[in-house]
Each structure stands twice: as C-alpha cells, then as structure tokens.
Design a protein around this ligand. Structure first.
Ligand code: RRO
Length: 306
C-alpha cells in the first residue's frame, strides 16, 4: 500500500492531507463545497453564519491591490436556520470534515448558532472572533480576552464537537489572546483573519470600499501570519491552523515549520482555482520525501528546534 505521509488528526478530525478551505472565500452551497473537495482539500470551513440572515454591505465590497485583496463584505449570510439544510445535505455527499464558521453579537448567540450547526452535522465549529470591520462582533470580541473567554466557554458548554477559534492579527499580543482562548477551552487556534486595511481612489478622492475600511488578504499578509503562528506555537499546546496568503507548497511548508498542524487557503483560489489543494499537497509530499520525513507531524514546529 502507498504510504500516506500527509494524513493528520486535528482535534479528533481525520484529514487526508493538511490543506483546508479558509472561511469566507466561497459561498454556502453543497456544489461549491464538492468542487473544493474534488480539488483535493483535506477539510472545508464555510463562510461565517449567524443567527439571522444578513445582506452585508453595499458594493463595492472587494478591491484588488498589487499584493492581495481588500474586502469588506459585511458578513452576508443566509442565517443558520436556512444554512442548516445545506450543512446536512453537504454531509450526505461529502466525505471530508466540514467545519462551520460562526459569529454572534453575544456569547449566547454564538452558542445557539454553534448548537444548530453541530446538530445539522458540522464536524466542528470555527468561531469568527476576528472579522475586522463589523461592529459588535468579530474582532470587537476577539480583541478583548475576557469577553472572548466567555464566548468560548458558552460554545464549549453547548456543543460536543471541537471548537476552533480564528484570531485577529489586529491586536497588541496575539499570544495573550491565544493563551486566553486555550484557557477557556479552545481545541484549535486558527491564525489569522485579514489585516485591517483600505484603498483610496485618487480621482474621486474617496475610499474605494463602501465600508471604507476592510481586511487585507493574500501574499502581503503571509509574513505577518507566519510570525503569528510562530509566536502562538511557543505559548499554547493545542493544534494551530496557519492561514494568510498561502499560495504554494513552499508557503505551506513554512507554516508547518513555524508550528501549524494544518493550513487554510483562501485568496489564492481566486487566481489558481480549486486544484490548488492538490498542487500544494503534492508539493508538501515531495518535500517530506526529499527530506526523509515519514509524516507531516514530524515537521510541525521544527523551526523552533534549531
Ligand atoms: O464578511 C466579511 O466582510 C469578512 C469576514 Br466575516 C471576515 O472574517 N474577514 C473578512 O476579511 N471579511
């Protein structure tokens, strides 16, 4: 039998390889998730869903820069009642872990949405406590350790599934926030969400995005994300998922060496398509083989040991 160097166990979830779809990039349909699974992803994280449907911000919601995208979508989503049907349907056809990203405006709301997602079949939930530009949720929760801990504790008490916590880089010390998350019961830390940013149209002299401020993703933020993973690894003992500007196998291996057990891919799908998961997985496999490693786990955090 062919040796699988790539399989990982992430807080009890079995992934055939360490690549995952990052939250926020694709919509909410079973068909898009199937396309990502066919592209070789080891797991999928959905776009964030809340208690009630939300239309998000007016256009323009995305603008391109020479080093990535700036978005301010404003959490558009169908609401958990509607999305629960899609979760169940997706679980019937998909054989890779499905992680549902959730948000709320209170700890109770997070817990209610998490419970509904888990009941519908989500294998885990990822708490969005890091969206950089929606008031009273996202990073407004994830920047304050005490409020964040309350959210995580309520969700942990409400669902028997692993709880991932996606952190914001827009904080003074991501290590302290990661430690607080793990103290409160986080099973996995995802780092990072987008970096607060903006763009201005010099002809109109106005901000380009309707919300003015948004979140930067793509290659520009990769070194920031890598530093965050490296620092978090030194302070917590739960798995970390690296996310931010990963475009090729080389980026992915850097994150594993920094301490990530898995990696999420988002913005690069827009330019490279869904087969990027296969390409990155093949590259990681070739690297492990060339260096004589027998598993992904053997290189997680290796840069700390030298
Ligand atoms: O929907 C958004 O505008 C958005 C979200 Br929820 C997020 O977590 N991060 C981001 O850059 N945009």
């Amino acid at each position: 039998m062919k040796e699988n160097r790539l399989g990982i166990n992430l807080a009890g979830l079995k992934l055939q390889n360490p690549t995952m779809l990052a939250s926020g990039i694709l919509g909410y349909t079973t068909e898009t998730f199937k396309n990502i699974a066919d592209g070789g992803a080891g797991a999928i994280v959905t776009k964030s869903v809340g208690l009630k449907p939300r239309s998000g911000y007016a256009n323009p919601t995305v603008t391109q820069t020479n080093c990535g995208l700036i978005n301010a979508m404003g959490l558009p989503n169908p609401g958990i009642e509607e999305f629960a049907k899609e979760i169940s349907e997706t679980k019937n056809v998909l054989h890779i872990p499905l992680i549902v990203s959730i948000y709320g405006f209170t700890a109770e709301e997070y817990a209610t949405v998490a419970k509904k997602a888990a009941t519908a079949g989500a294998d885990a939930v990822e708490l969005n406590v890091s969206c950089p530009h929606v008031k009273e949720t996202g990073s407004e929760i994830g920047q304050k350790a005490e409020i964040l801990k309350e959210v995580i504790k309520k969700v942990k008490a409400a669902v028997p599934k692993p709880v991932f916590v996606k952190l914001s880089p827009n904080v003074t010390s991501i290590m302290e926030i990661a430690e607080a998350s793990v103290d409160a019961g986080a099973d996995v830390i995802t780092a990072i969400n987008t970096v607060k940013a903006m763009a201005i149209d010099v002809e109109t002299a106005k901000p380009i995005l309707s919300n003015k401020v948004g979140g930067l993703s793509g290659p520009a933020i990769k070194p920031i994300a890598l530093r965050c993973v490296y620092e978090i690894y030194q302070h917590v003992n739960v798995p970390i998922i690296g996310c931010g500007g990963i475009t090729n196998w080389h980026d992915a291996v850097e994150f594993l060496l920094a301490g990530a057990s898995a990696i999420q891919i988002g913005t690069a799908i827009a330019t490279k398509g869904s087969n990027i998961f296969k390409a990155i997985t093949r590259g990681i496999d070739a690297y492990l083989k060339r260096k004589g490693f027998r598993s992904v786990d053997e290189i997680v955090g290796l840069s700390h040991k030298s």
